[in-house]
Design a protein around this ligand. Structure first.
Ligand SMILES: Nc1nc2c(c(=O)[nH]1)N[C@H]1C(S)=C(S)[C@@H](COP(=O)(O)OP(=O)(O)OC[C@H]3O[C@@H](n4cnc5c(=O)[nH]c(N)nc54)[C@H](O)[C@@H]3O)O[C@H]1N2
Ligand SMILES: Nc1nc2c(c(=O)[nH]1)N[C@H]1C(S)=C(S)[C@@H](COP(=O)(O)OP(=O)(O)OC[C@H]3O[C@@H](n4cnc5c(=O)[nH]c(N)nc54)[C@H](O)[C@@H]3O)O[C@H]1N2
Ligand SMILES: [Mo]
Length: 695
């Protein structure tokens, strides 16, 4: 029996310090928390079960070459030699015939926390040396919030170390479901500690989430995509009640007068009162007013938004309004306060270099949410390139990107599609050559957590079946394409890791390897504190040197005349608002094929009794959800845990279709569209309008 430190290299919101328990046959029998971990740090059900993916039935065990039609799932096993030669031949042909930028890079969060084994950095390095590619710019996660944050603050480092929350008087989780969609390995436990200390935690969310049930003192339901309207009404109450800290605004911000004029109705004659917001948000006026008074007097107050509120049509402005509220109450940059921006990974980790890659800004790019449109429309549709091939590493975008039917057409259109995968995802099924990749349990790496710490993840088990590291697959391909020296620099993967570690701030590397944990100096950091403490000598990197709140400065002025409250009403034919939050058991779609993940989550559409009654539907009935993009058949779960007018279906199940073209796997993106947020062109999967009928 052996115990080795490991850490999930996944886009799961955390990155946790874990132990793999290995029996005498070399099998991992259990994963538990590492006994050495940051204060309040803890793993979750996903990490504790990660080893079940190793021997999963659908694990890709050998290289595969497609034999049937794309999507048919028909492949034959091939030798490594044959698969590598075939893929190298495709890459050669693409480069020679259409030029390297006709290749679309599609690399995702599959393994995004590793310094070396990383499904973003490795393809960037490989394809940069190949001669170029078309880049998918931004992310499904946070395009709009990053846009708004960098405009307002001139930096993305606006987060906080959760230990500083111990100073807070009130936590507002605005569309943040911390007990499910994790933002770091320790945030939930700090919130639990606050609850035990009697600190109020308010959750603003269309669903009575697990976080509401476990941690909240109050749940305020809201229609999705209407947060900026409620924020405006909260500000209106603060102004009316003299609870705005004008001295703070004067000293630290620029552009508040414009938002104030909007809220007071100077611009359009409409005062943005709680009564005004009540209609838009579906939240009673009195609840908004009482919340505003509580919020305005609790200081220090930590307003922590989820990323959900920016995955909506006016997502950029929802974030801008959150910054505005925190500044107007003098909570920005203080211990127990927050910036109103995302707290997830928004402070730098300890110094640890990553495997280098050529700059990506020189590549032609397409906003990630528009990848299928770019393939289907090409230069004729105004996109920078005509895509002929896809290189897919560590994502499942056919399923995870909006509008699955469009995504399928896009995959059907390209000449070649190459994939490195662990399991036979819907995306892998549409590829021509699939290389079997290792999981993080089968290799050594340094893992970035979401905080001032690093984890060492030891190889707990030898690579199973014929799987190889992405790094080694790229080495073999670069050899065939003539740039192996540049790609590998004559180092094995482990030699790279050693090389990178030598340049890190870690002094005792041996101790790090064996304990699995390195803690940075300061675990009580507050983003923007330096600026708040001394604005004169530490101005922000914005035009005024201050926090920029105006629409023009935030780049959203052109997006809509309603800024900063860009909300849309559902059309008559699609009167229900669909939310598709992240799952407790899966990392996005990773794990969708494992039995235990399905058991932990009800495969059903959450619907309020009023909405069900109107549709003569009772719990357990099959319903058909329709949107302009597609139709899905699924069971209804009728419950008061969801706001009337809203329906909820977690994202990430794998798509399957019946003969009538209806989705039957519960994969929400058959209903979503690739219409982006503006101006940053982010994903807007929480602004989706649908109708539900009994099937
Ligand atoms: N367990 C788990 N954790 C994860 C992930 C995962 O897949 N699984 N994924 C990680 C990744 S990649 C990301 S980007 C983040 C995602 O983080 P988020 O985007 O914050 O996560 P969501 O689950 O989409 O939404 C969080 C909560 O917001 C609510 N919500 C939805 N729309 C709205 C809205 O318009 N307004 C308000 N007020 N609330 C709304 C949802 O009901 C949900 O309870 O999570 C990370 N953490
Ligand atoms: N409707 C709706 N859709 C959404 C969202 C939503 O809230 N609603 N959220 C969006 C968000 S925030 C995100 S981040 C995206 C995420 O979408 P994706 O980036 O597609 O993430 P996953 O679905 O987890 O797919 C990751 C894949 O990487 C593979 N993988 C894991 N480790 C490795 C490795 O080391 N090497 C290789 N080669 N492969 C590996 C896994 O097997 C898995 O198939 O989904 C987006 N889609
Ligand atoms: Mo994400």
């Amino acid at each position: 029996m052996k115990v080795l430190p490991v850490s999930c290299n996944k886009d799961c919101g955390a990155g946790c310090p874990l132990f793999a328990h290995i029996d005498d046959n070399g099998e991992i029998i259990r994963i538990t928390d590492n006994t050495q971990r940051p204060p309040n740090g803890q793993g979750c059900v996903k990490g504790y079960n990660m080893h079940t993916a190793l021997h999963a039935e659908d694990r890709i065990k050998t290289p595969l070459i497609r034999t049937g039609q794309r999507g048919s799932g028909q492949f034959r096993a091939a030798s490594w030699e044959e698969a590598l030669d075939t893929a190298a031949g495709m890459l050669e042909k693409v480069r020679a015939t259409w030029g390297p930028t006709s290749l679309l890079w599609m690399g995702g969060g599959g393994a995004c926390r590793g310094a070396l084994h990383n499904t973003l950095f490795l393809p960037f390095r490989f394809l940069g040396l190949y001669g170029g590619y078309t880049l998918l710019a931004g992310s499904y996660s946070s395009t709009a919030s990053r846009f708004a944050t960098s405009h307002a603050f001139g930096t993305l480092h606006v987060g906080l170390d959760p230990a500083t929350l111990l100073d807070t008087n009130l936590v507002v989780l605005w569309g943040a479901n911390i007990s499910v969609t994790r933002f770091g390995c320790n945030l939930e436990n700090y919130l639990r500690e606050l609850k035990e200390n009697g600190v109020e935690i308010v959750v603003i969310d269309p669903q009575r989430s697990k976080t509401v049930k476990k941690l909240a003192s109050q749940w305020i339901p809201i229609y999705p995509g209407t947060d900026s309207a409620m924020m405006a009404a909260v500000l209106q109450v603060l102004l009316e009640e003299n609870l705005v800290d004008h001295a703070f605004l004067e000293r630290y911000t620029h552009g508040f007068a414009e938002i104030e004029a909007y809220v007071r109705g100077d611009t359009d004659g409409i005062v943005k009162t709680p009564a005004w917001a009540a209609n838009i948000c579906g939240t009673p006026e009195q609840i908004i007013r009482e919340f505003a008074l509580k919020y305005g007097t609790a200081r220090p107050t930590a307003l922590i938004p989820g990323l959900s509120i920016q995955r909506t049509l006016g997502g950029e402005d929802a974030y801008r309004m959150a910054f505005t509220l925190q500044a107007a109450t003098g909570n920005t940059g203080s211990s127990g306060g927050s910036s109103g921006g995302s707290v997830w990974g928004a402070l730098p980790p300890p110094r640890m270099p990553i495997i280098p890659f050529p700059g990506i800004s020189s590549q032609p790019s397409v906003p990630v949410v528009k990848w299928a449109d770019a393939i289907l429309e090409g230069t004729g549709g105004g996109y920078p390139t005509d895509i002929k091939a896809i290189y897919s590493v560590g994502q499942n975008y056919l399923n995870q990107g909006s509008d699955i039917k469009k995504n399928i057409q896009a995959f059907e259109k390209v000449e070649y599609a190459i994939s490195h995968e662990i399991s036979m995802t819907p995306t892998a099924r549409y590829c021509d050559v699939i290389f079997p990749a290792t999981t993080f349990l089968e290799r050594n790496d340094v893992i970035f957590g979401s905080g001032n710490f690093l984890f060492y993840s030891q190889k707990a088990i030898e690579p199973l079946y014929e799987s190889r590291n992405d790094y080694d697959i790229f080495c073999e391909l670069s050899r065939r394409l003539g740039f192996n020296n540049e790609f590998s620099e004559d180092r094995t993967a482990d030699e790279w890791l050693e090389f990178l570690l030598q340049d890190s701030e870690i002094e005792d590397i041996e101790a790090f390897r064996s304990s699995g944990l390195y803690l940075g100096q300061d675990l009580n950091r507050i983003g923007l504190a330096k600026y708040i403490n001394d604005p004169q000598s530490s101005p922000l990197n914005t035009p005024s040197g201050k926090i920029e709140l105006s629409a023009a400065a935030s780049g959203t002025e052109e997006a809509s005349s309603q800024a900063p409250c860009r909300v849309t009403e559902p059309p008559a034919e699609y009167p229900l608002r669909l939310i598709t939050p992240h799952s407790y058991a899966r990392v996005n779609s990773t794990g969708a094929s494992l039995d235990w993940t399905e058991k932990l989550e009800r495969k059903a559409l959450l619907m309020h009794p009023d909405d069900a009654k109107k549709r003569e539907t009772v719990k357990g009935d099959m319903v058909c959800i329709s949107s302009p993009q597609g139709r899905m058949l699924i069971k209804a779960h009728v419950t008061g845990d969801i706001h009337p007018g809203v329906v909820c279906l977690p994202q990430g199940r794998w798509a399957r279709f019946n003969d009538d073209g209806e989705e039957i796997g519960g994969s929400s993106n058959v209903l979503t569209s690739t219409t982006p947020t503006l101006p940053s062109q982010g994903s807007r999967t929480h602004s989706v309008f649908v109708e539900v009928t009994r099937a």
